[in-house]
Design a protein around this ligand. Structure first.
Ligand SMILES: Nc1ncnc2c1ncn2[C@@H]1O[C@H](COP(=O)(O)OP(=O)(O)OP(=O)(O)O)[C@@H](O)[C@H]1O
Ligand SMILES: [Mg+2]
Length: 225
């Protein structure tokens, strides 16, 4: 049975996919087989008669084993809007139990499964449930990607408070430098270290052109396996 990780973040567009790809590479370099999953994607293009999402395609491409697109990304919606709205527009409803079933299939196929959430921690998936419910159901250690920009301390504190409230296990957080010149970056990271109370796993510096071969290694020693 694979070790899974659930990658969430402080917002949309802050480096969850990039972090997931780096994590996948990290485990692959340790000799593990890894699968990347993006259970719900809002913002898809029709490719070969099927709605496909850029993040999911990257995770599929980075996976150690060839996996059918439907398993990597069981819910693909065309509109780039909140998933519960995108699903309604598509006449569908996100069923987190269905996602768990697919996850369990993937878990049997590799040593590690990296699951990328959608948006932030409390993005609605349907009328009753949001990303946090999916993470709770999958019961995987959580990695929080903090997009380093103005406002991130507040967003990070709220995210960690919500994770703690559910009593879920958090592996730690990464600082994702999505802005070229964030003012007082170091002071912000120091503050986050002080207030978040979880291990800082890595700092991913701003890169003009992100490239999996050039990233900084994840410094965490507690990641298993
Ligand atoms: N370290 C970095 N340096 C420069 N640009 C980055 C860095 N990390 C991420 N980006 C850029 O920021 C944007 C968002 O990154 P990414 O797609 O990983 O975010 P996300 O949180 O997965 O977004 P979504 O909510 O759409 O899934 C992308 O254009 C990506 O290239
Ligand atoms: Mg993404």
């Amino acid at each position: 049975m694979a070790q899974g990780y659930f990658v969430t973040g402080t917002d949309t567009g802050i480096g969850k996919t990039w972090t997931s790809l780096i994590l996948m590479q990290y485990f692959q370099q340790k000799g593990k087989t890894v699968i990347g999953m993006k259970p719900i994607a809002a913002g898809c293009e029709m490719l070969g008669g099927q709605l496909k999402n850029e993040d999911a395609l990257q995770l599929q491409e980075q996976s150690s084993i060839e996996i059918a697109y439907d398993l990597i990304n069981p819910y693909a919606f065309s509109q780039p809007v909140s998933p519960h709205i995108a699903a309604k527009k598509a006449g569908q409803k996100v069923d987190i139990m269905q996602i768990q079933q697919v996850y369990l299939q993937l878990e049997a196929l590799a040593d590690v499964v990296v699951v990328e959430g959608v948006g932030g921690w409390m993005v609605p998936l349907n009328d009753k449930q949001d990303v946090s419910h999916l993470a709770e159901l999958l019961n995987l250690p959580i990695i929080v990607v903090v997009g380093m920009r103005l406002g991130c301390i507040n967003q990070a504190r709220l995210t960690f408070a919500a994770i703690r409230q559910l009593g879920l296990r958090c592996e730690g957080w990464v600082a994702s430098c999505v802005e070229e010149n964030m003012q007082e970056l170091d002071a912000n990271i120091k503050t986050l270290e002080a207030v978040v109370g979880m291990p800082l796993l890595a700092i991913f510096p701003y890169e003009e052109k992100i490239n999996l071969n050039n990233h900084k290694k994840i410094s965490n020693k507690t990641l298993q396996p």
